[in-house]
Design a protein around this ligand. Structure first.
Ligand SMILES: C=C(OP(=O)(O)O)C(=O)O
Ligand SMILES: [Mg+2]
Length: 417
């Protein structure tokens, strides 16, 4: 009885870019769940459609009644049934009728309502008592590409991971120290730097890719020495954004360099070796499964090779990657696939095949903290959710609370790289 849905409310709220997004409340007999959908800027073409034409307003005016009349009376605990109904209401493969952002917000709010009905936090409701490992935060330090202005580096994300941290608190503060040090190092290079940031809270400076790489490496080393925590650099190339399919080249506008697939693979390998990169995301464009497989085979034992736009949290697409050994990690973004059930299906498949699930934010976020709970529930060893900024720290601070709550909490076991 406790988990029976009594009401569903949908509203338009702001995201971190100032764009409208959807927030959903699910009210059960004995509980309440609220969740909001994020949105991407460098989206994969095979992601589900975020919103139907007409955007959030259309969803609210036309769909609120349909969704709530279907869900009222259902049991929020039966997440698979709820997600199935949402997909049935939509009726398309890519959720283009009601939008994947609509379904994901309802799906997450329903799960949170079910958890709350039992007086359980979401991570425990979904993950049970043995979900005790806390993910390492992969934090954004410098933003480029689609997440920053045109003078910023071409590579989308310069990230760091405090892999030597012994607690989430130590980890997030190590990241914030690196973030602050990077500002100083940028300022030393460019005295006119105003402290501008990109969409994910990383600095958006007018420096080259190589300058950014040098600054990133130096900051990791200096803060690592200061704190005694090993901190390793990482990158998200978001290479689909760099790929020009007509020329069949990756275009680095800033350096006026074009690289074909072979050159791109060599370039990525060189950066991994030079900077001891721990994690590289989307080094090749979203359709290059073979390139991913080659890179993984050649250097996947030295660095995590992670697929985002290539897999779009879709288990069927991941299967294709697994068959040929493309990547050894996968970004998990619930709104790429539209429901929690399908998100979990992908995480399960990844784990069964030794692909590391990396639960991730989007560039457009809200203060919704759900992904912190999902990362713990799924025992994901890494969460990618920025380093600073209100919508990023909402997740990081929630992890601090979760760690405090779990009696045997320990940092996740990271793969050796
Ligand atoms: C978070 C990312 O960006 P977006 O949300 O714009 O896809 C990413 O590419 O990993
Ligand atoms: Mg990415």
């Amino acid at each position: 009885m406790e988990t029976v849905i009594e009401d569903v409310r949908v509203r338009k709220i702001l995201d971190s870019r100032g764009n409208p997004t959807i927030e959903v409340d699910v009210i059960t007999w004995n509980g309440f769940g609220r969740a909001a959908a994020p949105s991407g800027a460098s989206t994969g073409t095979r992601e589900v459609v975020a919103f139907p034409e007409g955007g959030v307003d259309k969803v609210i005016s036309e769909l609120e009644d349909v969704i709530s009349s279907e869900l009222i009376g259902m049991d929020a605990e039966y997440l698979e049934d709820i997600d199935l109904i949402l997909k049935e209401i939509d009726g398309t493969e890519n959720l283009s009728n009601i939008g994947g952002n609509t379904t994901v917000a309802v799906s997450m709010a329903a799960a949170k309502a079910a958890a709350s009905s039992y007086n359980l936090p979401l991570y425990k409701f979904l993950g049970g008592n043995f979900a005790t490992s806390i993910p390492y935060p992969l934090g954004n330090m410098i933003n480029g590409g689609a997440h920053a202005g045109k003078h910023a580096p071409d590579i989308q994300e310069f990230l760091v991971i405090p892999k030597g941290a012994e607690s989430i608190q130590e980890a997030v503060f190590a990241n914030s120290k690196v973030h602050a040090r990077i500002r100083e190092l940028i300022q030393a290079k460019d005295p006119e730097f105003t402290g501008g940031k990109g969409d994910e809270g990383g600095w958006a400076p007018k420096i080259s890719n190589y300058e950014a790489l040098e600054i990133q490496a130096r900051a990791c080393e200096e803060i690592g020495d200061e704190t005694g925590v090993e901190i390793r650099p990482s990158l998200d190339f978001a290479a689909t954004e760099l790929w020009n399919s007509k020329e069949e080249k990756y275009i680095y506008k800033q350096e006026n360099i074009k690289r074909d697939t072979g050159e791109q693979i060599e370039f990525v390998k060189e950066l991994i070796k030079t900077y001891k990169m721990f994690f590289i995301e989307d080094p090749l464009h979203e359709s290059d499964f073979q390139g991913f497989a080659q890179l993984t085979k050649e250097i996947g034992d030295k660095c995590i090779i992670c697929g985002d736009d290539i897999f779009v949290t879709n288990s069927e697409i991941l299967k294709k990657g697994i068959e040929i050994g493309a990547a050894n990690a996968i970004i998990i973004k619930p709104n790429q696939i539209g429901t929690l059930t399908d998100t979990y299906k992908t995480v399960k498949l990844a784990k069964e095949n030794n692909y590391i699930p990396v639960v991730s934010h989007r560039s457009g976020e809200t203060t919704d903290e759900t992904i912190a709970h999902l990362a713990v529930a799924f025992s994901a060893p890494i969460i990618k959710t920025g380093a600073i900024g209100g919508e990023r720290i909402a997740k990081l601070n929630e992890l601090i609370r979760i760690q405090e709550e779990i009696p045997y909490a320990r940092m996740a076991k990271l793969p050796e790289r």
